[in-house]
Design a protein around this ligand. Structure first.
Ligand code: GLU
Length: 643
């Protein structure tokens, strides 16, 4: 628990009403906790001796002092740790982790994709994000997913799509111009110490010598996405077309060749050379189910333009949660803004206070979380996209006066009716916004999509931190392996609106913030997060999981701040998620889930796994470092010095 946290509970009339009805004495538990204050800081310890913000109890886990690497695969975490042992910094280690993940967790990220790399440098005090998000090619259009093109009227609906989501996602049309390699090279050049060739070396060896695939990868080879395109089934299925078994030695000579070419020739070979040619021709294909219109539109000039434009570094979305400073991912991701909005609503309620019916995993706590998610996701669906292309009222979206009346809709005695969960109008709260001033904002419920991607976090001995979420979008991306080069292409362009939303009528204002446009980046949910307490770094984390990413980051934050869990317990605890429709959930007590249903929520039929969080934490009192990793996948922590 955290002493001195801001508690706005008494401002909330709905909750006071509940307190009276159940006869509880309303008190601020944060002032009453039995933790002790650690000398010299306002960081506290809880009754069981657990220090705040993720630090485990002193006798349960020893900390590290020379760095921690956490990744969703043990081979990748160990490769990153070896870089730190050899004197590399967190940026070097993270880039090595990324290339090794391309080999050992090919389903989730790699040079065929994109991502966001959060960096904190204690030396400069700077926190920022390297944006390697994929871009649409120049020939992309807002109606590219519709049959009507080139004669669309703007009245088209879902029924006018070229085909199913999967058909489009596994055709060239969904493939964005990849950015991961350029982002990694940019990070090394500007903030690392290794050359690109040295950073690729461990991945080259692994791809050449092979590794035994784990249970997760073996299971994922059962996916139909390994069977749609011949190069992918040749690599990830047996000669008979069967899925691979756990322990299968996966040797990837084509991928090793690709990495060698890049090591020798730099990023040029990927963006303007022979690999670029292979990418362009690989995405000129479409599933038979949708035919010619599903062929990718990327050309050599799009890859060259990506490289020529260079990598953007972006400033974080900064918000406060009970005295912790959250640094979240800005546009083109919706991650940072949506996390900030959700936490702003949650902050009205004392989620850590069991005496008032809250506490970890209670129905009341989960209800407040879900309501806050619903409200924030409705705003996300209208107002968020790539700000290099659309003007968005960013300041308004995180303005407390815009959010207050929205958050006040939440009561603990009933679910907000669907037709009252509206995007709201943040424009009036953003003096800099000059865009369309139309009035009526339509409602939109955001479906939760995606289950893949990967997150890894690194801290080095000097306190440099990387929090990197990296993706090829769906599991196996587009399912297209570049022939002869052994890496999967993303299907990131399916993160755009499938039907354009833009409408310039003032009566029916739709900004179309996430409509497809040439060179635009699709709106992401990725939310690599770095957290500070009084300007001191305390933790970094993130998750895969499509739009559930945002909610996983919220779950972790609440577990750390409100429930005083250690980072590992915070990751292990069950998660809840909603994008506005039904509620996804993990293994909560039946009573808590029944309470949600009684309040009017619709739960999915079955529990389902949500996210895969990898984190690093620093105890600001001792300076010791800790890691947390997710065994929902093969998450691994390697800390230094090795005990
Ligand atoms: N494409 C998604 C995004 O950028 C991530 C995919 C996933 O995690 O499933 O938000």
């Amino acid at each position: 628990m955290v002493r001195k946290s801001k508690n706005r509970f008494f401002k909330h009339s709905g909750f006071v009403a509940l307190v009276l009805s159940v006869g509880l004495v309303a008190c601020n538990s944060n002032d009453d906790d039995d933790g002790g204050t650690t000398a010299g800081t306002d960081i506290t310890t809880t009754g069981d001796g657990t220090a705040s913000f993720g630090v485990p109890a002193a006798d349960s886990e020893s900390g590290f002092s020379e760095g921690v690497v956490t990744a969703a695969h043990p081979i990748a975490a160990e490769a990153g740790a070896q870089v730190l042992r050899d004197g590399g910094n967190a940026i070097d280690a993270a880039v090595v982790v990324q290339f090794v993940l391309n080999v050992v967790e090919p389903t989730s990220s790699g040079i065929g994709g994109g991502g966001f790399m959060g960096i904190y440098q204690p030396e400069t005090g700077r926190t920022f994000f390297i944006d390697s998000r994929e871009k649409a090619p120049e020939a992309a259009t807002a109606t590219q997913y519709l049959n009507c093109e080139p004669n669309c009227t703007g009245e088209e609906t879902r029924d006018d799509r070229l085909g199913s989501f999967t058909d489009i996602a596994t055709s060239g049309l969904g493939v964005g111009v990849p950015g991961t390699l350029l982002g990694a090279a940019h990070a090394l050049e500007n903030y690392g110490t290794l050359s690109l060739a040295d950073a690729l070396a461990p991945a080259i060896t692994l791809a050449e010598e092979g590794f035994e695939i784990n249970e997760r990868l073996a299971t994922l080879t059962e996916s139909e996405r390994t069977s749609f395109w011949p190069e992918t089934s040749a690599k990830f299925r047996t000669a008979d077309g069967e899925p691979l078994s756990e322990g299968f030695l996966l040797v990837q000579p084509d991928l090793a060749k690709t990495f060698r070419l890049i090591a020798e020739q730099g990023t040029d070979v990927f963006y303007t050379g022979e690999i670029a040619e292979a990418i362009v021709s690989a995405q000129m294909r479409a599933r038979d189910t949708i035919g010619e219109k599903g062929v990718g539109r990327m050309s050599m000039s799009d890859l060259a333009a990506y490289q020529a434009a260079g990598i953007d570094e972006r400033d974080p979305i900064v918000s406060d949660y009970r005295g912790y400073t959250m640094n979240g991912m800005p546009p083109p991701s919706s991650g940072g803004m949506t996390v900030a909005q959700i936490l702003e609503c949650i902050e009205q309620f004392p989620l850590g206070d069991a005496e008032q019916g809250f506490g970890a995993g209670t129905g009341q706590t989960l209800h407040v979380m879900v309501e806050s998610m619903r409200l924030a996701f409705s705003s996300r669906s209208v107002w968020m996209g790539d700000t290099d292309f659309v003007e968005l009222p960013i300041e308004g979206l995180t303005n407390a006066d815009y959010l207050a009346p929205r958050c006040e809709q939440i009561t603990t005695d009933a679910r907000i009716e669907d037709d009252a969960v509206l995007p709201g109008d943040p424009r009036d709260f953003d003096p800099a916004f000059t865009g369309n001033n139309g009035a009526n904002i339509t409602n939109a419920v955001d479906g939760e999509v995606g289950i893949d991607t990967t997150h890894f976090s690194v801290i080095d001995a000097n306190g440099n931190v990387v929090s990197w979420t990296s993706t090829i979008e769906g599991t196996w991306g587009s399912g297209i392996t570049v022939p002869g080069y052994g890496f999967l292409l993303n299907n990131e362009l399916t993160d755009f609106n499938f039907e354009p939303q833009f409408n310039d009528s003032a009566e029916d204002f739709k900004p179309g913030a996430n409509d497809v446009a040439p060179f635009k980046r699709p709106r992401s949910s990725m939310a690599p997060t770095l957290v500070f307490k009084d300007d001191t770094f305390v933790g970094a984390y993130g998750s895969p999981g499509g739009s559930t990413i945002i909610n996983s980051v919220v779950n972790i934050t609440v577990n750390l701040v409100d429930h005083g869990m250690s980072i590992q317990d915070a990751i292990d605890a069950p998660r809840i998620s909603s994008g506005g429709g039904s509620v996804s959930y993990e293994d909560f007590d039946a009573g808590a889930l029944e309470a949600l249903t009684a309040l009017g929520h619709t739960l999915r039929d079955e529990p389902s796994e949500i996210g895969s969080v990898q984190a690093v934490i620093v105890d600001p009192v001792t300076g010791l470092q800790y890691g947390g990793a997710d065994d929902r996948r093969a998450g691994t922590v390697v800390g230094l010095p090795t005990p």
